[in-house]
Design a protein around this ligand. Structure first.
Ligand SMILES: C[S@@+](CC[C@H](N)C(=O)[O-])C[C@H]1O[C@@H](n2cnc3c(N)ncnc32)[C@H](O)[C@@H]1O
Ligand code: SF4
Length: 386
């Protein structure tokens, strides 16, 4: 993989969690019991289906996301990796990530996941103090999170963890202290997300009732800038709006998304982008776990949508993904996906205005957003792609 070669990834969605966090609108569900054998069989069948369409390619990453994939049986993770290896060749440095909740039970399974072939974990730490973890509806303590990070460090050469900031009442001083601890605990990668209030969540309803106030735009922007500065000083610069890594240790799987590469998505609600016969296809699987399982068992896959991405949408998707990153959108990727040079596809007046305003930079390598542009990316994209 390189900025000009986006790689080829496999995303596997595990849709179950022990409880639903009040801020989360991911495709995650709480179920009394899960038939692991049935789920394993169905994931393998859907994998076979998509592999048949993409044979001969070289896989650069696998990502087990959720939901809570650390609730999977290590044998299921092993079976998926083994089957993927049977279908595609693996890049020598293939990255195989599994998202994990930092409870002691799940950390106890890390050895099993490593034996299954996982070589990187991403832990949902969210906060490093118990009061905020309670507020976020998490069932682990800060001490458990620290212990899980320690176990991750011992089992995996690469690990990352997620934090959520801009919590109600969070001061810059408190966040600075928490970031300092995060840096001390960090490996090669950190994901730091600003709390967003999603309408279809418990927090969304509380916000509508006026019972939950989050920091205003200026306060949130100040916390964002503090995050960027502190983590860059600690050798973990942002390579995407919310993602920080030591140079060379960026998540390869995420880079494939942001470089608008191809990836197969299996499991409930998973999306994919596949170039087949010279055409870019968008795929989406049934979202509800039971509907997905029934469809796979009936016909081998649970594809709900499979549409060619029209040329104009390809440009939009390429920009929406690529401008999130520090490296931006490379000229050769525009040529490969859209068949024409960058300047021929974008409105010159709008482009000049955004460059003049200090939001975008254009050079021989391609187009990228400045730090200020990345912070206001939605507005920049609305102007650029109007
Ligand atoms: C699929 S979850 C991670 C894995 C695991 N289920 C966990 O919670 O530990 C992906 C990440 O998205 C982030 N996230 C989810 N909803 C969010 C929201 N409303 N605002 C900010 N970050 C959010 C959290 O940091 C979470 O760890
Ligand atoms: S944040 Fe993670 S554990 Fe919580 S509901 Fe979402 S996916 Fe599940």
């Amino acid at each position: 993989m390189s900025p000009d070669d986006p790689g080829f990834g496999l995303y596997v969605h595990w849709p179950f969690c022990l409880s639903k966090c009040p801020y989360c609108d991911f495709n995650s569900h709480v179920r009394a019991g899960v038939d692991h054998g049935r789920w394993r069989g169905a994931l393998l069948r859907e994998l076979d289906y998509y592999a048949a369409e993409t044979s001969g390619r070289r896989l650069t990453s696998i990502f087990f996301g959720g939901g809570t994939p650390s609730l999977m049986e290590p044998a299921t993770v092993a079976a998926v990796i083994e089957r993927a290896r049977a279908h595609w060749s693996f890049a020598p440095d293939i990255e195989i990530t599994l998202e994990a909740n930092p409870t002691s039970v799940e950390a106890g399974k890390f050895a099993g996941f490593r034996s299954a072939g996982v070589n990187r974990v991403s832990l949902g730490v969210q906060a490093l103090n118990d009061a905020d973890l309670k507020f976020l509806g998490r069932h682990h303590s800060a001490a458990e999170a620290r212990a899980a990070i320690d176990i991750a460090r011992r089992h995996f050469s690469r690990y990352s963890f997620d934090l959520i900031y801009a919590r109600p009442g969070q001061t810059a001083a408190a966040w600075r202290a928490e970031l300092a601890e995060a840096v001390a605990l960090a490996g090669d990668h950190l994901s730091v997300y600003q709390l967003t209030i999603e309408p279809e969540t418990t927090f969304g309803a509380a916000h509508r009732r006026g019972e939950l106030q989050v920091p205003g735009e200026d306060d949130a922007a100040a916390l964002f800038e503090l995050t960027q500065e502190r983590l860059a000083d600690a050798g973990l610069p942002a390579y995407e709006i919310s993602n920080h890594a030591r140079p060379g240790d960026e998540s390869r799987h995420n880079l494939t998304y942001w470089r608008y590469g191809d990836y197969v998505g299996i499991g409930p609600g998973a999306h994919g982008r596949l170039t087949i016969g010279g055409e870019k296809l968008a795929t989406r699987q049934h979202r509800a776990p039971e509907a997905w399982l029934a469809a796979v068992e009936a016909k081998g896959h649970a594809t709900r949508q499979r549409d060619p991405v029209p040329a104009e949408d390809r440009l939009n998707e390429l920009m929406m993904m690529g401008l999130r990153t520090a490296e931006g959108v490379r000229r050769c990727r525009v040529g490969a996906e859209c068949g024409r040079p960058l300047e021929a596809l974008l409105d010159p007046t709008r482009l000049d205005r955004l460059i003049g305003g200090g939001f975008l930079l254009l050079d021989d390598a391609g187009l990228r957003a400045t730090a200020v542009g990345r912070q206001r990316l939605n507005a920049v994209l609305a102007e650029l792609l109007a």
